[in-house]
Design a protein around this ligand. Structure first.
Ligand code: NAD
Length: 249
């Protein structure tokens, strides 16, 4: 029941952090193929997975904000593996930019990577998933969708709220096609991204959080696993809150 044998996943931003932990969890479940689509270090991350697990992992350097690169990446994935069962829209950026520093260019860039990137990747896999009559799409949102951006760019929370609305409309549109579409809204997770916010910000979060700690990338990846495996067959359009209770305060 927990095995993903014969399945193929595309994980965007899968070279480090949450995305890489997702690759590890899927590989532990004996998934046949993984495509790590990342703007940097994709090949090295894939080589690491292939070396440690019985999974054929390939890294494809991809900027998810670029439609031609996304189409080429998904084309290469389908050319190699002939199917796509799982898409994890995980690539994201959270530059520390205040409202005083917002420009049209940096606002658009955050939306292009975090929201439009997920849209482009989803659009590229849907024909294959529809043909298969099965698929799982999980987009990594954030507590920022509910609280507004805390220390990241003002467009960050907007982009993450957009992912949740996109998830709901896709879930309704594809519910009878065997494609389940969900989102996860993490709280603060210990990854290279959250370390960019600095020690003071981190301590402030930990103090305010009911569980008094950050989450781990593995705790996030286990939630992704639930949504993409046969442990969940009646969940679509949902947002899982994986945040140690930090929306309660
Ligand atoms: N870490 C947290 O506290 C936290 C909290 C809430 C939500 N999230 C979300 O989870 C996701 C993963 O976060 P993380 O903490 O692992 O981040 P991370 O910075 O550690 O890893 C993100 C990965 O995305 C890649 N990436 C960045 N821009 C890209 C692009 N244009 N195209 C392709 N790949 C790109 C990076 O190269 C990197 O490998 C992000 O969407 C982030 O917004 C993280």
């Amino acid at each position: 029941m927990d095995k993903l044998t014969d399945q193929v996943a595309i994980i965007t931003g899968g070279a480090v952090g949450i995305g890489f932990a997702v690759a590890e969890v899927l590989a532990e479940a004996d998934i046949a193929g993984i495509v790590i689509a990342d703007i940097e270090n994709a090949a090295a991350a894939a080589a690491d997975i292939s070396k440690r697990f019985a999974t054929d992992a390939v890294g494809i350097t991809t900027d998810v904000a670029d439609s031609a690169q996304v189409e080429a990446m998904v084309g290469e994935a389908i050319g190699k593996f002939k199917r796509v069962d799982i898409l994890v829209n995980n690539a994201g950026i959270a530059p520390s930019v205040s409202w005083d520093e917002v420009t049209e260019a940096n606002w658009r860039h955050v939306l292009d990577v975090n929201l439009n990137g997920a849209f482009l990747c989803t659009l590229a896999v849907l024909p294959t998933m529809s043909r298969q009559k099965s698929g799982r799409i999980v987009s990594i949102s954030s507590v920022g969708a509910f609280l507004g951006s805390v220390c990241a760019h003002p467009a960050y929370g907007v982009s993450k709220a957009g992912l949740i609305a996109m998830t709901k409309s896709l879930a309704k549109a594809y519910a009878t096609d065997g494609i389940l579409v969900n989102a996860i809204a993490p709280g603060s997770i210990d990854t290279p991204l959250s370390r960019t916010f600095g020690e003071a910000q981190l301590q402030e979060f930990i103090e305010a959080s009911p569980m008094k700690r950050q989450g781990t990338a593995r705790e996030l990846a286990d939630a992704v696993f639930y949504l993409v495996s046969n442990r969940s067959t009646y969940v679509t359009g949902a947002t899982l809150h994986i945040n140690g209770g930090s929306l309660l305060v």
